[in-house]
Write a protein that binds this ligand. Structure first.
Ligand code: MG
Length: 300
């Protein structure tokens, strides 16, 4: 098993989309470029959703137009439907991320459709992406629990993940949207999922709401998972948990990976500087524990 770990940096999209402060386009662009300079090789830059639905992403096309692109880096945009996909392709992204969930309650609240309807709705997106040579990344939300439907069965997550791979996704990101999972749930899920889904097509997307994100990532490593999503500074709240903490912080993950002997290709110091820059623009302290330790002058 390779000791290389692949991180998809989601701060500029999943992170900033869930922050209440408006970030100017040039700052978003500088943030993406700083994270790429820090070693990010896959990065979610913006979302092509309706600007009324997510005002923080209204300048998605402008962000892509202004980005200084580096070869070998995958610049990802998210899109909810064919219209969003067309805008993302027009903007010049390398990959488009599509979203569904493992529970109908969340899917209906999020996109007004059941899981099955939302997956069926991606057929034309997948067809267009195949024709355009755009790679697709899939997301499955609510892998452990749904704020509307309660507990989610691992078999449902497995089946939705397989459907997204069937659509042509190069990777499926499994998201603990409410951040309630512990290593116990993580192990139970991976026991089921990895029996049918190849481990190199699975990324884990943890939220730190209950402080379990790094622990869950380490449990996933034990199962052979080498792909994770993380957000610089821990940007991005969890709207359903009424909590200030959302995404697993990239710095927190890198700190653990470095000590465990895994190679992420990302510089902890450089990610921390990028987070510091964006942190000065938002209206609350960054939740990343590593960020707080560094800010207080601690040496790792
Ligand atoms: Mg997230």
């Amino acid at each position: 098993m390779s000791e290389r770990v692949h991180i998809t940096e989601v701060g500029p999209r999943d992170g900033l989309q869930n922050e209440s402060t408006w970030i100017p386009t040039d700052v978003k662009v500088a943030f993406v470029e700083a994270l790429v300079a820090a070693g990010a090789q896959a990065i979610e830059c913006a979302s092509f959703v309706h600007p009324e639905k997510v005002p923080a992403m209204a300048d998605a096309a402008e962000v892509f137009a202004a980005l200084e692109r580096r070869p070998g880096v995958r610049y990802i945009a998210t899109a909810p439907n064919l219209k969003g996909y067309a805008r993302a392709r027009e903007a010049g992204c390398d990959a488009v991320a599509i979203f569904t969930a493992a529970s109908d309650g969340f899917s209906r609240a999020n996109v007004g459709m059941s899981v099955a309807e939302s997956v069926a709705g991606f057929d034309p997106v997948a067809a267009a992406a195949a024709q355009d040579g755009i790679t697709l990344r899939g997301y499955v939300s609510t892998i452990f629990a749904c704020p509307y439907d309660g507990e989610v069965a691992p078999e449902v997550v497995r089946d939705v993940a397989l459907q997204l791979l069937e659509l042509g996704c190069y990777e499926v990101s499994l998201g603990d949207t409410t951040g309630v999972g512990t290593p116990a749930e993580t192990g139970r899920l991976l026991d089921v999922v990895l029996r049918e889904v190849p481990v190199d097509r699975v990324a884990m997307h943890f939220h730190d709401t209950w402080g379990m994100a790094v622990a869950n990532a380490i449990e996933s490593l034990r199962y052979g998972v080498r792909r994770f999503d993380a957000s610089a500074g821990g940007l991005g709240g969890c709207p359903f948990a009424m909590s200030a903490t959302g995404n697993l912080a990239t710095e927190d993950l890198i700190y653990a990976l470095d000590r465990l002997g895994y190679e992420s290709g990302l510089s902890l110091d450089a990610v921390a500087s990028a987070a510091e820059m964006i942190g000065s623009r938002i209206d609350r302290p960054l939740p990343s524990r590593v960020h707080q330790a560094l800010a207080s002058g601690r040496k790792g």
